[in-house]
Design a protein around this ligand. Structure first.
Ligand SMILES: [Zn+2]
Length: 237
């Protein structure tokens, strides 16, 4: 019942979103059936936010090896080219790679974007905390992130978002807009690292599934709004 109500709220903002279980079944099936990828020999990497709330949505029923964790705050692939290289070297022989990536956003039954009820907490909290913090700072015209080794990921995330500042703040739903902008940043970086590290892969196929994770209430499935599903032939990049 609650899941059905949530379904309506989620689809209002993300009409194409599917719940996390359906997403896993759908894309594992596609890899296996449409692209002849043997899912028993797939190593997964993730580039999603460090937030504990995302762990259950990124298991893919534990049928894949991994995950190799590339992501940090906001979901940016902070492990960089060295991380992509290491991941490429760990793929099973005659296997394939799968990279699941994207930012996340909480949503309450009342339709509040960027918020969620976390396990065993009475009040709503921010989700994604890093992105909502960045949003509050970007609202100040004079704000400039200063790179600092003790808060490197947050500062770097905010720096990457600066070019999108106007579009985010002008939006009717800035919480959604900052999440969309972060998706674009992650998507671009993941593609860039695959390209620069293409010679490190000893397999042909790298499957990508990118989109936005939508966190719902505790006990209910998260949703996933797919923005990109593609199979890259790394030998022909
Ligand atoms: Zn987060």
């Amino acid at each position: 019942m609650l899941q059905r109500k949530f379904d309506q709220v989620v689809k209002k903002y993300f009409p194409n979103a599917m719940d996390a279980k359906d997403t896993s079944i759908h894309y594992l099936g596609k890899m296996q059936n449409d692209h002849k990828i043997d899912v028993s020999k797939v190593l997964m990497a993730t580039s999603v936010c460090s937030d504990d709330i995302n762990v259950p949505s990124t298991t893919f029923f534990n049928v894949l090896f991994g995950p190799f964790i590339m992501g940090g705050l906001g979901g940016l692939p902070f492990a960089g080219q060295t991380g992509m290289t290491a991941f490429a070297h760990h793929i099973p022989d005659e296997g394939s790679a799968f990279i699941f990536y994207g930012p996340h956003i909480g949503l309450t039954l009342e339709g509040d974007l960027g918020k969620m009820y976390r396990p065993r907490q009475e009040e709503t909290g921010n989700s994604c905390g890093a992105l909502m913090l960045a949003l509050s700072r970007l609202k100040d015209d004079n704000y400039k992130p200063i790179l600092n080794e003790n808060d490197y990921q947050q500062m770097k995330l905010e720096e990457s978002l600066l070019p999108h500042r106007k579009q985010i703040l002008d939006s009717d739903h800035p919480q959604k807009a900052i999440t969309e902008a972060t998706y674009e940043i992650i998507d671009k970086k993941v593609h860039e690292y695959i390209k620069t590290c293409k010679d490190e892969f000893h397999v042909e196929k790298v499957a990508l599934l990118g989109g936005i994770i939508i966190n719902t209430d505790y006990g209910l499935d998260d949703y996933f709004d797919t923005r990109n599903f593609e199979i890259i032939d790394v030998k022909n990049l």
